[in-house]
Design a protein around this ligand. Structure first.
Ligand SMILES: [Mn+2]
Length: 348
């Protein structure tokens, strides 16, 4: 039988069969999709090839829900500061691409033998095995398909993680469920624990979270359909994205930008409603020459590194606001508050 007719999971197993040492790497600050996909691939390699690869990522897991997932489901993920693979180590990249700067192997000449991903790829990818499907909403759905192909029944913990991975990846209108995603969800339902899923989604939040939220809502201004929110300080870097997620749900908002100072950087998150504009493009236009940006159709982010004063000065705030309004084609320069202080005072 020609190699072409093998199932994807069989081709992956065949590709890595001769590699003396294997490591799975996913993107930095791994999200539920990254964590669950890498875990599923590790399970596949253990069950069908007797391998026990390490599963690594850089950065941290920050969102309360995702930390709850780590605690409750205990995935075999190791968070490390850096990783120098030895000469005989072959790497499987999951939920990120070879040319991405968001993983431990950026700028390394590691031997990447396989890539399993669903992001649009930038540049060439010449690995021996690649399964890159941007039309699939979650990498977890691709990894689930491998388990199904190999008749590996996932543990309750792994199945719950995969379901949560798919769930988070399709939140916020970013992508819609493809056939592969729907099939994966149906199959996983038979193994996952819905109570655990609920426990993850309702993770306890620290009080600082609510302080950040109140400040954010008070500092949000609307300029027609464009919302602008600036947070002089946040209790954690994840807050900026969470606030943007919340503001974009407002009926009157088509585009939302939230910026916040974290350590010496200004973090920026941008969201757009479906059928409007590309968040990635708005981020690029707003941050051009000021910092880096990247993202997707409806979710994007960026960073202005090393603020000289350690905070977002008034002039930087003005600059950001003006660039944002220009990018959104809004002519209005005076905003209205999302919540009028007068209304609050009347109630309290
Ligand atoms: Mn993903």
């Amino acid at each position: 039988m020609s190699r072409k007719h093998l199932l994807r999971s069989e081709r992956l197993l065949e590709t890595v069969a001769e590699c003396p040492r294997l490591v799975i790497v996913t993107h930095d600050n791994p999200d539920p999709d990254a964590i669950s996909s890498g875990w599923a691939i590790a399970t596949l390699l253990r069950e069908r090839a007797g391998r026990r690869p390490r599963f690594l990522a850089g950065g941290e897991v920050l969102r309360a829900e995702n930390r709850q997932m780590m605690e409750l489901l205990d995935p075999p993920l190791e968070l490390v500061d850096s990783f120098e693979p030895s000469g005989d180590t072959a790497v499987i990249l999951v939920d990120c691409g070879v040319n991405g700067s968001n993983h431990l192997l950026f700028h390394s000449n590691a031997d990447i033998v396989a890539v399993i991903d669903h992001h649009q790829q930038t540049g060439k990818c010449a690995t021996r095995f690649k399964d890159i499907r941007p039309s699939v909403a979650a990498c977890a759905s691709i990894a689930t398909q491998y388990l199904r192909e190999q008749n590996i029944f996932p543990s309750t913990r792994l199945a719950t993680a995969l379901m949560y991975g798919i769930h988070t990846e399709t939140a916020g209108f970013e992508t819609s469920h493809s056939q592969t995603d729907r099939r994966a969800l149906r199959w996983l339902t038979g193994f996952a624990n819905p109570d655990w899923l609920a426990e993850i989604q309702n993770a306890p939040l620290p009080r600082e979270y609510f302080t950040d939220l109140v400040l954010a809502l008070q500092n949000t201004f609307l300029y027609d359909g464009a919302a602008f929110c600036l947070l002089p300080k946040v209790s954690g870097p994840e807050v900026v994205g969470e606030v943007a997620d919340l503001i974009i749900r407002c009926k009157d908002v088509a585009y939302a930008l939230c910026a916040g100072a974290w350590e010496a950087d200004a973090l920026v998150s941008i969201r757009t409603k479906p059928g409007t504009r590309s968040a990635a493009r708005l981020a690029a236009e707003t941050l051009r020459g000021l910092g880096h940006s990247g993202g997707h159709e409806h979710r994007a982010g960026g960073k202005i590194a090393d603020l000289r004063t350690g905070q977002i000065t008034e002039s930087l705030e003005d600059e950001l606001r003006q660039r944002w309004l220009n990018a959104c084609n809004v002519e209005r320069t005076r905003g209205t508050r999302l919540i009028a202080p007068r209304d609050i005072r009347q109630i309290l």
